[in-house]
Design a protein. Structure first.
Lengths: 360, 299
């Protein structure tokens, strides 16, 4: 059985009349890489600040390693935090930045030196130790910021959008490094981001948040393949999932002239469903050309607009009055006005209840 | 084979004309204005270096025929105010004894107050700040007499300590505003990072905030040094003659109605009194502008 590293119980947080977090429960396992994902204003950074102790909660409890830390100061919680702007102390050298927290804890000098040495070896920043943050590049600063959490030998690392200030290439490099670091250290890491690629690649589990609530907490694969509700389905994946409103009657989903057989669809609640429904298909799960033989059903559409992207081609079209996008091979020869045969695979579609917006 | 491309028409940077109408206007205005401001200073300096017979000739713009430093010596060490005949030196040392504690105490208190109001906000801190700011708009004349009573009750009336207290309190609104507005521009995450690192109220202030705030400290000190040094009203109201600051003493020398008006001594005394603020501006002008710009932007 995995032990929980961080437990959040009934957490409430409001600023005056504005309720940012409501009745939030979350268990984070020991050594887990958990990503809090959501658009801005969903409360993900607020939640992280609550865990760090930088915000006083309005209600509920926070436990770290089984210890109730709800009323404790940030430095007493066994956490280290990495900020989006790095937040390095500009007037101190890298060595000063790394040792500031240890000096505050009145640690003996030889041990401070030892820990700074070890952290700088892990992060490969030894040559930079006597420089000021102003003389470092973005990636180096980020590494120092991680080092500042590392030297304190904490149980839980908190990351607040740490890669958002970097350019695309560096972001990809540091993402891989972070993942490697997690495997090497085996600490619990809680990572806030609005970038779904970071979330998908780094996370053991992703918590998708909206309006202060967790919409789904699952592994990246589960969230991608079996989104629990319309919000998650539309949020994850780029380009976004196509939605078509219709009705399920018997064993098929019908919207206008489009009939999709849903016999054997893996209903979340078990059993079968009748009545209004929303069909969701990811653009990359629409079958074309060579793949058509494996489709459970096919239909004809007219290509409105074609966006060649090199590796693949995105085709915009309309299906029963709904805008519909699908992805074809990069070498496909399609131009606007062409008629294209597309197919769906039953195991790759999602059905939602239009009223509750939950997965069927 | 080398091939040189020949480019015709305008190439490279456009030539700049030194004597364009724009430059003539600009520098012409600047020169006229600076002459206008420098002329009185010139008159003061030459007059202070002349003897009285030469001054009586009435050529105030002509340079001294015979340079004498006697007026400066007299202004500093011999001029009489009331019964004291030890010149401005007494006032100078009084002013120094008022200035140093006032500046240190007021800048320290204002910076910590600004730090609290920007980073450790408490319930009602905004209202506290608003009330403090209101203080900047109350005319001094209204407070003059109430402060006399307060100082008398505290047993500080007439002493240098009393004047230091008055200067410290009256410097609060503007200086707290200055510090608070500067501190709110510092990144919030820095403060959070320091808290995660276990630094408390004073450690964050001393090790993180102070090293980043040199310009605003310089600005605050300049405002306080010049303000307190140039103060006349509080000095004349709240102290006794033996404690009068330099400005009050200068007034007593220049405005004395007895005996002959010694213009050269008056000029020397005025220049001596103005020397401190003048030096301050001279050496810190750049930092001053930087700090004012930094402190003024955010509200």
């Amino acid at each position: 059985m995995t032990k929980n590293s961080v437990e959040i119980r009934n957490l409430d947080l409001s600023f005056g009349a504005v309720k940012v977090l409501q009745n939030l429960d979350l268990d984070i396992h020991d050594g887990e890489f958990l990503v809090l994902l959501g658009s801005s204003g969903c409360g993900k950074s607020t939640l992280l600040n609550c865990i760090a102790g930088l915000l006083d909660v309005t209600g509920g409890q926070i436990l770290i390693k089984g210890d109730n830390v709800t009323w404790k100061e940030p430095n007493e919680r066994g956490i280290g935090m990495v900020f989006q702007s790095y937040a390095l102390y500009p007037q101190m050298t890298v060595r000063g930045n790394l040792s500031f927290g240890l000096k505050n804890a009145r640690m003996p000098k030889p041990e401070i030196a030892e820990r700074v040495k070890r952290a700088s070896e892990i992060l490969q920043i030894e040559p930079l130790l006597d420089r000021k943050p102003g003389a470092l590049s973005g990636g180096q600063r980020q590494r120092v910021a991680i080092g500042r959490a590392l030297v304190r030998d904490v149980d839980v690392f908190l990351f607040d959008e740490p890669l958002s200030n970097l350019d695309a290439k560096l972001r990809a490099d540091l993402r891989v490094e972070l993942k490697r670091l997690h495997e090497q250290l085996d600490n619990t890491m809680i990572y806030v981001t609005h970038d779904q690629v970071e979330a998908m690649t780094l996370a053991d589990r992703i918590a998708i948040m909206k309006d202060g609530k967790i919409m789904q907490l699952d592994s990246p694969a589960e969230i991608y393949n079996r989104p629990r509700n319309l919000y998650v389905a539309g949020f994850i994946g780029s380009p976004a999932m196509n939605f078509i409103e219709g009705k399920i009657a018997g064993n098929s989903f019908a919207a206008g002239g489009l009939i999709v057989p849903v016999e054997g669809y893996d209903y979340l609640s078990g059993g079968v469903h009748d009545g209004a429904a929303v069909l969701g298909v990811r653009p990359e799960h629409v079958l074309t050309d060579d793949m058509l033989p494996s489709a459970d059903m096919t239909t004809q559409v007219l290509a409105d607009l074609v966006e060649p992207m090199g590796a693949d081609t995105l085709v915009w079209t309309k299906l029963e009055g709904h805008p519909f996008r699908f992805r074809m091979d990069g070498q496909a020869h399609v131009k606007s006005g062409d008629e294209v045969t597309i197919g769906f695979n039953l195991s790759r579609i999602s059905l939602f209840d239009p009223k509750t917006e939950d997965r069927l | 084979m080398t091939e040189t491309a020949t480019l015709t028409g305008p190439t490279g940077p456009r030539p700049k004309k030194a004597l364009s109408p724009r430059n003539i206007m600009l520098y012409g205005t600047l020169i006229v204005v600076s002459l206008y401001y420098l002329l009185p200073l010139y008159v003061m300096i030459v007059t202070s270096l002349k003897g009285m017979p030469e001054i009586r000739l009435g050529n105030i713009f002509s340079p001294p025929v015979e340079i004498t430093f006697q007026p400066w010596v007299k202004a500093w060490a011999e001029a009489c105010t009331g019964i004291n005949c030890d010149g401005l030196s007494r006032g100078f040392w009084n002013s120094v004894r008022i200035l140093i504690p006032s500046v240190i105490v007021s800048v320290s208190i204002a910076s910590v107050t600004g730090y609290v109001l920007s980073m450790w906000r408490f319930k009602g801190s905004e209202i506290f700040f608003a009330i403090l700011l209101l203080g900047a708009f109350i005319p001094y004349q209204v407070l003059l007499y109430p402060v006399v009573i307060v100082l008398r009750e505290l047993g500080l009336y007439g002493s240098l300590t009393g004047l230091v207290v008055v200067h410290t309190i009256f410097g609060m609104p503007i200086n707290v505003l200055l510090f608070r507005n500067y501190f709110v521009t510092l990144p919030d995450e820095l403060f959070k990072a320091a808290r995660v690192d276990g630094a408390g109220f004073w450690r964050i202030f001393v090790f993180i905030i102070l090293p980043m705030s040199l310009p605003i400290f310089v600005v605050s000190m300049i405002i306080q040094v010049t303000g307190i040094w140039n103060d006349f009203l509080f000095g004349v109201v709240y102290t006794r003659p033996e404690n009068y600051p330099m400005t009050v003493q200068l007034n007593n020398i220049v405005n004395s109605v007895q005996g002959v008006q010694e213009y050269n001594v008056n000029m020397a005394a005025t220049l001596l009194t103005g020397l401190v603020p003048l030096t301050v501006y001279f050496f810190s002008g750049k930092l001053f502008v930087r700090g004012i710009a930094a402190g003024a932007v955010k509200g």
